[in-house]
Design a protein around this ligand. Structure first.
Ligand SMILES: Cc1cc2nc3c(=O)[nH]c(=O)nc-3n(C[C@H](O)[C@H](O)[C@H](O)COP(=O)(O)OP(=O)(O)OC[C@H]3O[C@@H](n4cnc5c(N)ncnc54)[C@H](O)[C@@H]3O)c2cc1C
Length: 284
């Protein structure tokens, strides 16, 4: 049986981490199911009593989501339209009980190919802030998750926050997920889209990410570039081609075949693009 510690401030957590190796525990909604009936032998460092790790704030250069921010916190927050995709993903994470406990850091650190938070966070150009007893560092989310269940987080580090660069008021976003049933389901495929446009309605930035169709959620960079200068209006989906989707590398598993996943991803990207440019969307 390992040790259990539940510090109430970050400094105490970091002091703990100087002595021995600790497994970070947030909401536990990935950790405990993976543990099953096996006894816990690791030292557990529970971060849930550290208020400074939780909450969403607007900074001069963007938005800061504390690592311990729960999916319910994301859903309830008043955020610009650019975050609609992230909010839609938050509503898809398990059930309300799971959303009340599950955190943004836990989702990205668990590094599941089916993590619902990944595509919208990639579309928002998220950066991950890591802290250890020896200092802090920041890296793009694209570099943080390196493979299935694999991240750049060192054993002596924890995720303090996820940063989103400033979003323009004209940014629109969408997230769509396909599972074998409507609710409480691991995704077969999902797509997140973020579109910025200028006063003439032309696209100035497009970010499109697909999850559950490769070891790590992946951006469709070719499509993103092709959309630049196009009208941010109905019909955008017609510009998506099978070639855009061919950069994905899905697996066959019990949930779906690889070819079904590719078809689903293409359709989800098309629908998410149309949703993101649909007029008259109000902030949620
Ligand atoms: C019934 C059920 C349904 C679910 N449905 C979905 C779903 O639909 N979509 C989805 O994406 N996920 C789903 N999940 C998975 C899970 O709820 C989410 O991934 C959640 O965001 C995990 O957050 P957590 O705080 O509970 O992580 P934890 O379980 O506490 O931790 C997960 C991993 O991340 C590490 N970790 C946590 N926080 C930090 C940190 N700050 N720094 C460094 N490492 C850290 C832990 O050591 C652990 O390895 C479901 C889980 C359950 C039990």
């Amino acid at each position: 049986m390992g040790n259990f510690s539940r510090p109430t401030c970050l400094d105490d957590a970091l002091r703990n981490m100087e002595n021995g190796s600790w497994r970070i525990l947030a909401g536990g909604t990935d950790f405990y199911p993976a543990q099953g009936d096996r006894p816990i032998t690791e030292n557990l460092l529970d971060l849930t009593a550290i208020p400074e790790l939780r909450g969403i704030s607007q900074l001069d250069d963007g938005w800061r989501f504390g690592g311990l921010t729960t999916w319910s916190d994301v859903i309830k927050a008043s955020l610009p339209l650019a975050f609609d995709g992230l909010k839609a993903a938050a509503r898809e994470v398990g059930s309300i009980q799971i959303q009340n406990s599950g955190t943004i850091a836990g989702n990205i650190c668990n590094a599941s190919p089916a993590a619902d938070g990944m595509p919208p966070l990639l579309s928002l150009s998220a950066e991950v802030e890591l802290v250890s007893p020896s200092g802090t560092r920041r890296m793009p989310l694209d570099d943080f998750v390196t493979g299935v269940r694999s991240t750049s987080c060192r054993p002596d580090e924890l995720v303090r926050a996820v940063h989103i660069p400033a979003v323009s008021t004209g940014s629109r976003s969408a997230f769509l997920k396909l599972g074998a049933r409507r609710y409480l389901v691991i995704s077969i495929a999902m797509a997140a889209v973020l579109i910025d446009s200028n006063d003439q309605g032309k696209i100035t930035r497009a970010r499109i990410a697909v999850g559950s169709c490769s070891p790590v959620a992946q951006r469709l960079i070719g499509l993103e570039q092709r959309l630049l200068g196009e009208s941010a209006a109905s019909g955008l989906s017609e510009l998506v081609t099978g070639g855009d989707i061919s950069v994905l590398n899905p697996i066959n598993d019990v949930r779906a075949s690889a070819s079904y996943r590719l078809s689903a991803a293409e359709e989800l990207v098309r629908r998410a693009l149309e949703e993101a440019v649909r007029p008259g969307v109000e902030a949620s």
